[in-house]
Ligand binder design. Structure first.
Ligand SMILES: Nc1ncnc2c1ncn2[C@@H]1O[C@H](COP(=O)(O)OP(=O)(O)OP(=O)(O)O)[C@@H](O)[C@H]1O
Length: 246
C-alpha cells in the first residue's frame, strides 16, 4: 500500500531529489542515453541513490538506463538479504547484478581487512561495469562522507583531498559519479525513514570506525561555529586562496 505523506514530508522528499538533481547537473554526471551502474551495499544511502536515480527518470525529458550491482564477499562474515534487494530492484525496474568474490584476507599482508575488502570490491565493480560496456559507476557517498574524509586526510596524510563528486578513470573509460554528494547524512537518514527502506546492512565484524567517528565528531563540533559548516567545508575545497597559504 502506498504510504501517505504530509505536505512537509512530501516537500522534504522533493528537496532531497532536487538536491541530487542539482549535483547531477552541476557536475554533468548523467547525459541522455547513458547507462549508469549503481553500486548498492544494502545500506540506506545506496538504496536511496538507486531509488532517486530511478524515480528521477520519470520526470526527465532525457532517457537513461540504470543497473545495480551488489558485491558479496564470501569470506567476510556479513551478508545482506539479497531476496529483498532483488525485489527492491524489480520494483524500480532495474536489473540487479550479484557478484560473489573473496577478499582473501589471509594473504592481504599488513593491510587492514577493511582496506583489502573494499579494494577487492571496487575491483569487482570496475570489472563488472567494464564487462557490460557500462561507462558510469555511481556510489552512495554523501556530504558527510566527503567532509569527514577531508578532515581525516588533512590530519593523517597532510594533504587536502576528499571524495570527488565525479572522477574519470582508466583513461576516460570509466566515470565514477556520486549524486548524493550535496546531501547530508541526516537528510539521507530521514529520506530512508520516510521511504521505509529496510536497513539491510549489519555491522561487519572487521569494520573499524574509530578514526572516521573522530572526524565526524570534529565536523559536528564545527557546526557550533556555523550551522552550515558541512557545506562550507565542502565548498572550501573549491575555493583555495593560494596567496594566503604558506
Ligand atoms: N557490497 C557492496 N556492493 C556494491 N557496492 C557497495 C558495496 N559496499 C559498498 N558499496 C558502495 O560503496 C559506497 C560506500 O560504501 P560504504 O561501505 O561506506 O557504505 P555504507 O555506509 O556501509 O552503505 P551505504 O552508503 O549504502 O549506506 C556505498 O554507498 C555503495 O555505493
Amino acid at each position: 500500500m502506498q504510504k501517505r505523506y504530509t505536505k512537509q514530508e512530501q516537500a522534504f522528499i522533493q528537496k532531497v531529489r532536487q538536491t541530487a538533481g542539482k549535483a547531477i547537473n552541476q557536475y554533468n554526471m548523467i547525459s541522455a542515453d547513458d547507462t549508469v551502474m549503481v553500486a548498492v551495499s544494502g545500506g540506506k544511502d545506496s538504496l536511496a541513490l538507486l531509488e532517486i536515480l530511478s524515480s528521477r527518470r520519470k520526470g526527465m525529458p532525457i532517457h537513461y538506463n540504470i543497473h545495480a550491482a551488489h558485491i558479496i564477499t564470501e569470506d567476510v562474515p556479513y551478508q545482506i538479504d539479497t531476496v529483498w534487494l532483488q525485489q527492491f530492484c524489480e520494483d524500480l525496474n532495474v536489473t540487479l547484478h550479484l557478484v560473489t568474490t573473496k577478499a582473501n584476507l589471509a594473504t592481504a599482508g599488513k593491510k587492514k581487512p577493511c582496506f583489502a575488502c573494499s579494494r577487492n570490491r571496487r575491483k569487482e565493480l570496475f570489472q563488472l561495469t567494464h564487462s557490460l560496456g557500462i561507462k558510469k559507476l555511481a556510489f552512495g557517498h554523501h556530504l558527510d562522507d566527503a567532509v569527514e574524509t577531508l578532515v581525516m586526510n588533512m590530519a593523517q596524510h597532510a594533504n587536502i583531498s576528499s571524495i570527488p563528486a565525479q572522477l574519470q578513470m582508466f583513461e576516460n573509460k570509466l566515470e565514477v559519479i556520486r549524486p548524493l554528494i550535496l546531501l547530508t547524512n541526516a537528510e539521507m537518514k530521514e529520506y530512508a525513514r520516510l521511504l521505509n527502506f529496510q536497513s539491510l546492512k549489519k555491522e561487519c565484524p572487521y569494520e573499524d570506525h574509530t578514526i572516521r567517528q573522530k572526524a565526524r565528531d570534529i565536523v559536528e563540533q564545527m557546526t557550533s561555529i556555523n550551522p552550515k559548516a558541512r557545506i562550507n567545508l565542502y565548498n572550501s575545497m573549491k575555493k583555495i586562496d593560494f596567496e594566503y597559504l604558506p
